[in-house]
Design a protein around this ligand. Structure first.
Ligand SMILES: Nc1ncnc2c1ncn2[C@@H]1O[C@H](COP(=O)(O)OP(=O)(O)OP(=O)(O)O)[C@@H](O)[C@H]1O
Ligand SMILES: [Mg+2]
Length: 251
């Protein structure tokens, strides 16, 4: 379980988060949605370690990781994507995904010098896993250059790359931004498959429809506070959400 409790963050006089709780368990997809400036990215950054909260704790399976930097969180399986794509545009799709494996293998560098046949076998295994991810994510030709991919596919690639790092939890900042409905469908399908393998997913999104159709649990933030929290069914029936965000009569 990855959980944030009682999180408060202020930037100068602005209360970006005013005592907020959110949690995600293995195999579950949790969405954070809300208007501009609601505090979504700030909460996301508290989970990834980019922002250190003024109050509250972040825990992974009961261990307090509130002050852990991002890289240390990555080593215990908290993977994240960035709002802007990070993969080298001049590398191939397959190689870009393989760079994701380095997180789990970095600590084996000495082993790499001591037993090269084993390492070569591992490389082969990585390549096979990267090709499988190319397939799952419908990324097309694994030898195409990253820079030649359409923007939405580069986002899918970022998710694939993060997954290659053996993440137990996957944190995604607006993964569907700029995607058309077909790409969103691919993304939804893939994220559900990922969750079904036991990985917990947290995603920040603007699009209510996407979040409500995909997530198991949804947190709606506005002005740094939780407006509503629960299953999509609960959110769809929440009077304030219907009035402000969904409009009367929206299913
Ligand atoms: N580094 C920062 N310095 C100063 N103020 C910040 C900083 N980061 C966020 N804020 C402020 O904190 C509040 C919450 O911002 P945040 O980026 O978390 O919102 P958001 O829900 O992600 O919005 P958006 O949908 O526009 O991405 C806003 O008022 C924002 O201006
Ligand atoms: Mg944001």
């Amino acid at each position: 379980m990855l959980s944030a409790r009682g999180i408060a963050v202020a930037f100068g006089g602005v209360k970006a988060l005013d005592v907020v709780d959110v949690e995600v368990g293995p195999g579950s997809i949790v969405g954070m949605v809300g208007p501009n400036g609601a505090g979504k990215s700030t909460l996301f950054n508290c989970l990834t370690g980019v922002v250190s909260p003024d109050a509250g704790t972040v825990e992974l399976d009961g261990k307090d990781i509130t002050r852990w930097p991002t890289e240390r969180r990555a080593r215990v399986g908290i993977g994240r994507t960035f709002q802007t794509a990070r993969a080298d545009p001049n590398s191939t799709v397959c190689d870009a995904i393989m760079t994701g494996f380095t997180v789990s293998t970095r600590q084996c560098m000495l082993g790499a010098f001591l037993s090269s046949p084993g390492v070569r076998a591992e490389e082969k295994q990585f390549k096979a896993r990267a090709l499988a991810l190319v397939d799952t994510f419908d990324l097309g030709n694994p030898d195409a250059l990253v820079g030649e991919l359409p923007a939405p596919h580069r986002r899918l690639l970022e998710v694939a790359r993060t997954l290659a790092g053996d993440a137990k939890y996957l944190l995604l900042d607006e993964p569907a931004a700029g995607m058309d409905s077909l790409d969103r469908q691919i993304l939804s399908k893939v994220l559900r498959q990922v969750a079904d393998r036991g990985i917990g997913i947290v995603l920040v999104e603007h699009n209510f429809g996407f979040v409500l159709s995909l997530c198991d649990e949804v947190t709606v933030l506005a002005s740094g506070k939780v407006v509503a929290q629960g299953t999509p069914e609960h959110i769809r029936e929440h009077p304030e959400i219907v009035r402000v965000y969904l409009g009367q009569g929206t299913p």
